[in-house]
Ligand binder design. Sequence first.
Ligand code: CO
Length: 134
Amino acid sequence: MIGKLNHVAIAVPDLTAATALYRSTLGAQVSDPVDQPDHGVTTVFVELPNTKIEFLHPLGDDSPIAKFLEKNPGGGIHHICYEVDDILAARDRLKADGARVLGDGEPKIGAHHKPVLFLHPKDFLGTLVELEQA
Ligand code: CO
């Protein structure tokens, strides 16, 4: 059911330092920061030949990643995102299997302007999983 790995998201305490690390030390192609006020984050994308790395930094007072950075002050992997062809069919199949979909269970428009859902980390090996409509 799941397809390509769309991205791995890393919460970072310092976007400038994270950008320098990936651009200079690892020699990757790194985007400029983009504020995503609807999602409470500023994002930076690292373009790799086969997937992306997404840096997440809190934006505003109510950021969904603020708590994560409190627990992981040096940063850490926040979630992984897999593509699916049909997000509603994927959701219904997962729910029928007992997996928990976060929030109200309805897809929201994600950072890439495509419908996304998040799955409970306790149901997926301790990893927050994002599904994105391909
Ligand atoms: Co994501």
